[in-house]
Design a protein. Structure first.
Length: 172
């Protein structure tokens, strides 16, 4: 399995090729992820890890399109990013974007009316709003994931989430 870890930092995914802009990272390739295209052939990777990096980049839509280009047909991308209600989303001055449960719907065939923004298509395999231990223990995480639109519309600033997890399969 060929794996790419975008913005790997100092915690590169085991067995992955790491790419990051920092020479102090564990990256195998030093490259600014804001500069597209990335130095790989199309249809190269089975899995791309994007762990807490999209929120830092100038054009997340273009980056997801680039991820789509790099994935083999039916390749998987796993994205972790702070939820917009998380303190972590706004306390890091390098964060440019803030995401919600529905932020990546434009890439799915059952998407909203905004799907015309991109031709990159994915099948959503899994998406979750994630919370800290206490909120998970008392059932807030489970409830938020059963009713995500209600949670994000009415309860998001009472029970702040921590992060979002998306797993999508490339449709080519």
């Amino acid at each position: 399995m060929k794996i790419l870890d975008l913005g790997c930092g100092k915690k590169k995914y085991p067995g992955a090729i790491g790419i990051d802009r920092s020479p102090e990272s564990d990256a195998d390739i030093i490259h600014d992820l804001n500069h597209l295209p990335y130095p790989f052939r199309s249809n190269t990777f089975d899995l791309i890890i994007c762990d807490n990096v999209l929120e830092h980049l100038k054009e997340p839509l273009l980056v997801i399109e680039e991820i789509h280009r790099l994935l083999k047909p039916e390749g998987i991308v796993r994205i972790i990013t702070p939820h917009f209600s998380s303190d972590d989303s706004f306390t890091d001055i390098t964060h440019r974007h803030h995401f919600s449960f529905r932020s990546f719907n434009i890439f799915t065939n059952d998407s909203s009316s905004f799907s015309f923004y991109t031709r990159a298509r994915f099948e959503m395999i899994k998406k979750r709003i994630m919370f800290g231990r206490l909120k998970r223990y008392v059932g807030i995480e489970s409830l938020a994931n059963k009713l995500p639109q209600i949670y994000e519309s009415h309860f998001v600033f009472i029970f702040q989430a921590h992060s979002l997890f998306f797993e999508m399969k490339a449709v080519k």
